[in-house]
Design a protein around this ligand. Structure first.
Ligand SMILES: [Fe+2]
Length: 128
């Protein structure tokens, strides 16, 4: 999923985005090998942890640079966290199935690529 076109030019954030992309790749790979059920539980647990660190790094950068769209940007991060919590709930209640695995794949790829390309790049432009 990662390509240099996704770079925003802030090394810490770029390396965290790269890590997120590689975890999503790992999930897609596992799905292609028929191992999606086992991998999705790991991916969601990883995201729950890692996004706390990643979003707080981004939010700290916004506060320290006086970025005017802090609140708006934070809301999008909260939306992502809530969505990951929903996915985890669905996995806990129903187990991994085709529906929640494909929902997860679709959501993660779309949200992340969109968010990096539009919202995080706008932040990076402001910082520079
Ligand atoms: Fe962000």
């Amino acid at each position: 999923m990662w390509n240099d076109g996704l770079k925003i030019g802030v090394p810490l954030i770029d390396s965290e985005h790269k890590e997120l992309c590689s975890r999503i790749d790992q999930l897609l790979d596992a799905c292609n090998k028929g191992q999606g059920r086992a991998e999705i539980v790991k991916t969601v647990a990883f995201l729950e942890e890692y996004t706390i660190k990643h979003f707080s790094d981004e939010e700290r950068l916004q506060r320290s640079s006086g970025y005017p769209k802090c609140a708006e940007h934070k809301e999008m991060h909260e939306y992502f966290k809530a969505k990951v919590a929903d996915l985890k709930k669905s996995l806990d209640e129903n187990g991994a199935n085709i529906a929640n695995i494909s929902d997860t794949n679709f959501f993660l790829m779309n949200w992340l690529i969109n968010h990096i390309q539009k919202v995080d790049k706008e932040l990076a432009t402001y910082i520079k």
